[in-house]
Design a protein around this ligand. Sequence first.
Ligand code: 3H9
Length: 707
Amino acid sequence: MSETNLVRLATEAGIGVITIDNPPVNALSPGVPEGIITALRAAEADPAIGAIVLIGAGRSFIAGADIRQFGTGRARLPLGSRVYDVLDACAKPVVAAIHGYALGGGLEIALACHYRIAVPSAKVGLPEVLIGILPGGGGTQRLPRLIGPRAALDMIVTGRHVPAPEARTLGILDAVLADGADLRAGAIAFAQSIAATRPLPRVRDRTDRLAEAREDPALFDTVRKSIARRARNQKAPYNCILAVEAACTLPMDAGLAREQELFAELENSDEARALRYAFFAEREAAKLPDLPAGIAPREIRTAAVIGAGTMGGGIAMSFADFGIPVRILDSTPEALARGMDRIRSNYATSVRRGSLAQEEMDRRLARIHPVAAYADLADADLVIEAVFEEMDVKRPVFRALDQVMKSGALIFSNTSALDIDALAAETGRPDDVAGTHFFSPANVMKLLEVVRGTQSSPETLVSAMALGRKIGKIPAMAGNTDGFVANRSRAPFNSEMVILLEEGCLPEQVDRVMVDFGYPMGPFAVGDLAGLDIGAADRRRRAAANPNYRTLPIADRLVELGRYGQKTGAGWYRYEKGDRTPHPDPEVARIIAETVARLGVAQKSFTDQEILHRLLFASVNEACRILEEGKAYRASDIDVMWLHGFGFPRYRGGLMFWADGIGVRAVHDQIAAWHQEHGERWAPARLLTDLAATGTPFREAKAAPMV
Ligand code: 3H9
């Protein structure tokens, strides 16, 4: 019997069972790999042990290396002294017994075992690329040997989690236990059945599957081409491909050495640092530091949505996609029927594209129930209002909900900017009310901005955050302020991009800069997709509320001319019938020139960097105001919102992380200079000035207590 806190060895029926116990996910933190090695050596030396089982305590096998160790120089042990090498040299068969997750270094350990078995709910994967590195524990060499380079490339380049039944088909697993079977008992029985097998099947000795690469010499270039758009500006996906290529051309040990070289190029790259930051920022966003610990969320078994428009339909789909039955109500039977048609057609598109099976579409649709009256929603655990974005349309909905909903029901609004307290005041239960701001398309976009009303109870807020996770979203908390955190921090970017047109830019120039930076689409093309009338309505509302509001005459002129974007065939760009490709439009250049002449603004030319900084610095400044007013908990929450609400390139970490890369003083000085040049809209936020004075990075900025 050998024991450390993190790894235990016990003997049962002639089998040595090594248990890794490093909660919450058995990451390979310092001490864990060493503990496994000690236990393996002890088991190997014990004549009473015929075979060995490696298993995880708690909810997972092993979720991989400890991500916090990367960049510190402590993440990797030198070649030859690592678990994988000890497993390779082990004279007794070792069985990896997998439940929960076997990811990254965890799957790599399993691949170095002689056998792998799992429960049906287990998932395996090599997600290193998602944190900007590559599998550095032999995964790029063993996986292609086991399942062939094509399937290995797919897993390593996408980082996707593969469910156990598929992993069995691919050849990663030797067996999947029956549903409900006890993994430990099953693994011991399996180990007994193979204890005498010799020679031991080692993945490193296999070469048969590598023939696939010789038969298809274009394989690697084809994969490179297929990721070119998605992976632009990134290195990790390409190093992953090079490593798998090495597996197909070099002997095992040389391939492992090549993997190490390619890994070393990535570990401290800007890309890896940003992606690690994003990983932890998402988890941090789940924490509500000013609420009492241990509040249980209310249980949500049934949901309801008011409004069957684009947002309401997408929200209903989000529930249905995650197995929650949902009722949907609209003001007229026609609107409801149109909404249900749109939902059906969205699902049908996924089926046509092959991303959803017809039976799954049928199951999801069957969970969405159109209803005719408020009374039909009464016993739902939760209702989300998603009607037209006008206070006077939303108020009566809240009054009606207050009348019918059962006591204890959660009442949420999908408003993107309106005062959540005013809506809560329409009910006799403001403590049950909060905002849940989805982003369009609601069933696709990952961000859920949870808006805290003055009277929202801690239980309501905890429930809203838990709801987000339950339906696959990344929730982050915002205070009640016009536009909340996401749209408020984005608003100056939206103004600035149009102001740039007044000063001499064209939409296609700004869009190119932002796409080069890493956005999937330029902001003008996105505007055309969303509809320019929506932005115009929001500007009218803001202008009415604020006499100093900076108007955007060029944008207003486009809307006056009926150029609403894709839906009218013209907006910032022109569109051919039935085609979504934006074409630069000389008519837009003419409208800009005409407006500029009327306004008498001086024209200049802009560098790409000026364009980028004008848009993003405007938002960084506003984000500082949001923090100093206590409308967000932390700068990293704003980053999470930009990553998942606005398509900010993940490998740049997020708005504030990116700004830290430039440096808080440089950002401040530029903003102060623009304040002199352009006036009040560039006045530096107080927090920005303070941070610059002390040289404190944005990500360490202390927000005021949330109000
Ligand atoms: C790697 O393996 C490199 C190798 O090739 C070897 C090279 C030499 N490290 O996500 P959750 C924490 S790279 C440190 O909320 P879930 C997480 O921060 C690694 N911490 O749970 C959180 O902490 P807190 C490859 C980790 O059930 C807590 O655990 N592996 C790690 O929703 C719970 O996490 C990956 O990239 C880690 N590896 O999801 C997998 N993993 O409570 C990364 C988790 O303080 N992990 N934590 O906020 C995941 O994808 C998810 O955590 C997982 C569970 C799916 C496992």
